[in-house]
Ligand binder design. Sequence first.
Ligand code: NI
Length: 226
Amino acid sequence: MLLKVPEVLTVDQVKQCRAVMAEAKWIDGKVTAGYQSALEKNNMQLPEESEASQKLGSAVLSALSQNLIFMSAALPLKIFPPLFNCYQGGQSFGTHVDNAIRPVKGTPHKVRTDISATLFLSDPEEYDGGELVIEDTYGTHKVKLPAGHMVLYPSTSLHHVTAVSRGARLASFFWVQSMVRDDGQRTLLFDLDMAIQRVRHASPEKSAEVQLTGVYHNLLRRWADA
Ligand code: NI
């Protein structure tokens, strides 16, 4: 499932992130790339263990924990600490697939990447190019969202970022290990959860909602690891 999640960060929160990013020291983005993707990757990143990256990462994680659409769609078990990147001056990231397992630097923890996320921190008018292009079984999707909005997509997808020919494209990116590993099962649970919310608001009659909520949790019990 490819899902756009609007307003993960408010306009003010984006402004605060941008202020930190403007003062921060940037390094070559190849540091977190695997062998194949390093050949394709041309951008800048905040160093993972830098103060700026940690501060911004906490702000993103806190916003995610309060975002009901994200929680329902991703059913997160572990979230890789968010990273931050910048593309400008023709920089791009060629077609690649994200590494399946990512060690969290400085810890014994590893995250299996079920879901990839990009949280846009620049508005589309600020730069030309810089589309995130995701290939799935239904074709090719180009994504370029307002600042503060996020896209989630299965980490199994091939994807690339087109060259930024004007301005700068700032974003946060990270991965989620979901309690439900399979994208098809996760999508069903998300659709069911959204339908239950609609039933809750549409009908004063509670028994259908209770029964559907039971189905949701019993599917989750079958499919989830916690
Ligand atoms: Ni990628």
